[in-house]
Ligand binder design. Structure first.
Ligand code: MN
Ligand code: MN
Length: 302
């Protein structure tokens, strides 16, 4: 299998091979941050998270899985190629690459880059998909700085495409009044970071799981600003009062078995000493381990 429209990188995720033919999980980077408005730099995210992944323990204690590239069928095909000045070029390129991966029944793992890439990935998938968005923000603006396609509008474009009952937002705490009223009017399911703190992550995880109808594939999208800036300071738009890492992982452990695609976005690595990229690599590792168990791809005991 050859994926068109990517440029290989030397330092791959977890040292994975670049050839995807025998892989179940296929990594690709989207180094794009051209519509970012506050703190740019997420185009450096894929390289920083790849570098951090080299230093993560490959054995997952909780799941009893080894994600060593020689033991688990993973590949990293490199970064998606596009015109970095053009959001349309990026969206078209991401849509094409994700379609090539899912056509082969493989699980794409996309690493941003800014959150706008999620729209492109959604467009390449069946319309019954349910998107679980972990984010401090709703990203439901109709326009932002005269732009129709931007990280601040991405979920608005997605629900116009999928319908509002295909979106669940988790960790919300920073919205405009317009976004909040729109979400209420459209009956979008969302859980604020306060909801999670009050009810407990395990309870909310069960509610989310029960809210997803059986059958359709689930897309898990992690905007890293869902975490409190204490744990993930190097993001484009940090927002106080966020989730802790155990809260996020508790919810992920419940819903990840149903996922068909995963992304991690908004790491802008120059704003810290590496902790946000390391945390992103840990979150991706947890996703891989849970999915490997679910798919019975489990090489155990190191
Ligand atoms: Mn976002
Ligand atoms: Mn956000």
């Amino acid at each position: 299998m050859t994926v068109q429209g990517v440029t290989p990188v030397v330092n791959t995720f977890f040292g994975a091979p670049i050839e995807p033919s025998s892989a179940t999980f296929v990594f690709t980077g989207v180094p794009y941050d051209n519509t970012s408005t506050y703190r740019r730099g997420s185009k450096q995210g894929p390289a920083a998270i790849r570098a951090a992944s080299q230093h993560i323990e490959s054995y997952c204690l909780q799941e009893n899985v080894n994600i060593d590239a020689s033991k688990l069928p993973i590949a990293d095909i490199g970064d998606i190629t596009f015109d970095s000045e053009s959001v349309e070029s990026m969206l078209k390129a991401v849509e094409s690459v994700v379609a090539q991966i899912t056509q082969e029944d493989k699980v794409p793992i996309l690493i941003g880059g800014e959150h706008t890439l999620t729209l492109a990935a959604v467009r390449s998938l069946p319309r019954d998909i349910v998107l679980m968005q972990f984010d401090a923000h709703m990203d439901l603006r109709d326009r932002f700085q005269d732009k129709e396609f931007s990280h601040a509008c991405v979920q608005r474009r997605i629900i116009e495409y999928l319908g509002p009952d295909h979106l669940i937002q988790i960790g919300v705490r920073a919205v405009t009044q317009e976004e909040y009223e729109y979400a209420k009017n459209q009956n979008i399911t969302f859980y604020t970071s306060d909801d999670i703190r009050k009810a407990g992550a395990a309870t909310i995880a069960q509610q989310i799981n029960d809210a997803i109808p059986p059958g359709p594939p689930v897309y898990i999208a992690i905007d890293m600003d869902v975490l409190d800036p204490a744990y993930a300071p190097a993001v484009g738009n940090p927002e106080a009062g966020g989730l802790t890492i155990p809260e996020l992982l508790t919810i992920l452990r419940v819903i990840t078995p149903r996922a068909a695609i995963f992304d991690v976005t908004e790491v802008a690595p120059q704003y810290d000493q590496g902790i946000t990229a390391i945390t992103a690599a840990r979150i991706i590792t947890t996703f891989l381990c849970i999915q490997a168990n679910r798919r019975s791809l489990v090489p155990t005991n190191g």
